[in-house]
Design a protein around this ligand. Structure first.
Ligand code: AMP
Length: 120
């Protein structure tokens, strides 16, 4: 799947639409989800143009991969203060994963007991 340069997260990275940013570095941006599914719901995205975790894991550099996962941990621990109580990370990929925005994003959920992983 080719990268759509007009997807909503590409537009957030270009500052064409606003986001409630909580963290930014050379490789990653983190911001509040517009439709939170938990008391804390933040998205962490790479700044590179990667459609999904499939694309990212195949094509991103080791530096980009390390930076994204460092950013997820830093945001959860140091920005959101979730390390002790715990949190969930999630990356939907493709149609079966119900990925809606075609730019890789890692959800961080927290702030309450989240229950089992999938609705039953
Ligand atoms: P996914 O289903 O994993 O692709 O999740 C996409 C997420 O992006 C959803 O949780 C949406 O609420 C969120 N979202 C869509 N547009 C925006 C936006 N402009 N700012 C912040 N989050 C957004």
């Amino acid at each position: 799947m080719a990268y759509d340069t007009d997807n909503v997260f590409a537009r957030i990275l270009r500052r064409e639409i606003p986001a409630k940013t909580v963290y930014e570095d050379d490789h990653a941006l983190a911001f509040h989800d517009i439709n939170p599914q938990a008391p804390v719901h933040v998205l962490v995205i790479p700044k590179g143009a990667y459609v999904s975790m499939d694309d990212f894991s195949a094509n991103a550099s080791a530096e980009e991969i390390a930076a994204l996962f460092r950013a997820v941990g830093h945001v959860a621990r140091d920005v959101l203060g979730l390390a002790e109580a715990g949190y969930r990370i999630l990356a939907n990929c493709g149609p079966d994963g119900h990925q809606e925005v075609p730019h890789l994003h890692i959800h961080i959920f927290g702030g309450r007991r989240l229950g089992p992983m999938l609705a039953r």
